[in-house]
Design a protein around this ligand. Structure first.
Ligand code: PMV
Length: 349
């Protein structure tokens, strides 16, 4: 049967955490054991594009990821769909005369594409769920605070609902209503800040973040110490450093937090290793570069994978790229390349 589906397309960018989220206190609602802070990349760099379609003849909800159909019954996907439909029902019953009512029993088809390696520790699920939730919300006419819906898809997704500098406040309620993302500053706050992605490997990570977090929460005493005694103070210092555009402080905290996150992975039993030898060479290169100048001009951070995200200021990007090319000449190491656009154009959003 033919139908004219209602169609909607959205894009959402990746965010890079400078204070990492690792560990849940509630698995179902995705409530974290610590607050976290990230910067959101520009829309036209690493992003997910999602189209949602709804039609009265669709028999079931379906989803395609990078062209391949995947299981719609994944619990996280179901949480997001259920929550958006619940909010839509609520809104429609609040506004009885809503003329543009979409039949809420209609099924949806979802098609989502990433322009970067999926599940290689480049925050693909963050952009993916942020995009899905936003697109579904638009389709169903749902408004308001959506980060807590995106959070239920993938924790870090709540931070991709905003641009610029974003914090995810862990909250302390058991129903998760206060565990939301909040924009600290728009991208215009710090236009000199540059982000470089060094893609070391585009393979899927060996241990997914959900499984990794669960084992860490169960077995790592360092993770408990980090969440209770390190992150609260570090969040405050990071908020100040960003507020004052203090690059040295920002960079130092970023590197220390990445290192502590990977230390908690090593403290997990059995241990989880996301960094490889190339990642470690990048870390050494950054430290040597900084000590050459006697101040911090570049910082690295790594999520659940070996790929490096580098922060520098605009004035140092060119020099840093030369350094990368020297250390990792393409002819001797085909693995490492600079992702995407000319790096001087890599800006925040
Ligand atoms: O949102 P998840 O389940 O993909 O976990 C993300 C975890 C890290 O990327 C390692 C850290 C973070 O805060 O983004």
């Amino acid at each position: 049967k033919l139908c004219v589906p209602t169609l909607l397309t959205c894009t959402a960018p990746v965010n890079i955490a400078v204070i990492k989220y690792w560990g849940k206190r509630n698995e179902d609602l995705i409530l974290p054991i610590n607050s976290s802070l990230s910067v959101t990349l520009h829309q036209n760099q690493l992003k997910t594009t999602t189209t949602v379609a709804s039609c009265k003849h669709f028999k079931e909800d379906r989803i395609w990821l990078n062209g391949k159909e995947v299981d719609i019954n994944h619990p996280r996907l179901q949480s997001c769909l259920r929550e958006i439909r619940r909010l839509a029902r609520k809104r429609h019953s609040d506004e009885e005369n809503n003329s543009e009512k979409l039949n809420l029993s209609q099924k949806v088809h979802i098609c989502s594409v990433n322009n970067f390696p999926t599940a290689a520790g480049l925050a693909s699920s963050a952009a993916g769920y942020a995009c899905l939730v936003y697109a579904l919300a638009k389709l169903y006419g749902v408004q308001g605070e959506l980060s807590k819906v995106a959070r239920q898809g993938s924790g870090s997704a709540c931070r991709s609902m905003y641009g610029g500098f974003v914090q995810w406040i862990m909250g302390n309620r058991s129903d998760g209503k206060d565990s939301i993302a909040e924009e600290l500053h728009p991208e215009t706050h710090w236009p000199q800040l540059r982000i470089l992605i060094l893609v070391v490997s585009s393979e899927r990570k060996p241990v997914g973040s959900s499984a990794g977090m669960q084992t860490s929460v169960k077995t790592s005493p360092l993770l408990k110490y980090r969440a209770e005694s390190v992150v609260p103070q570090r969040m405050k210092e990071m908020v100040d450093a960003i507020g004052q555009r203090n690059f040295e402080k920002f960079a130092e905290l970023t590197m220390k937090d990445s290192n502590q996150f990977h230390a908690t992975c090593g403290d997990t039993y059995p241990p989880i290793f996301y960094l490889n030898d190339v990642s470690k060479r990048i870390m050494n290169m950054v430290h040597r570069y900084n000590s050459h100048y006697g101040n911090i001009k570049a910082a690295y951070t790594f999520d659940a994978g070996p790929n490096a995200v580098i922060f520098t200021l605009d004035e140092d990007v060119g020099e840093f790229i030369e350094l990368v090319k020297e250390h990792f000449p393409p002819e001797t190491n085909g693995e490492l390349f600079l992702k995407g656009l000319p790096v001087s154009k890599v800006t925040l959003s």
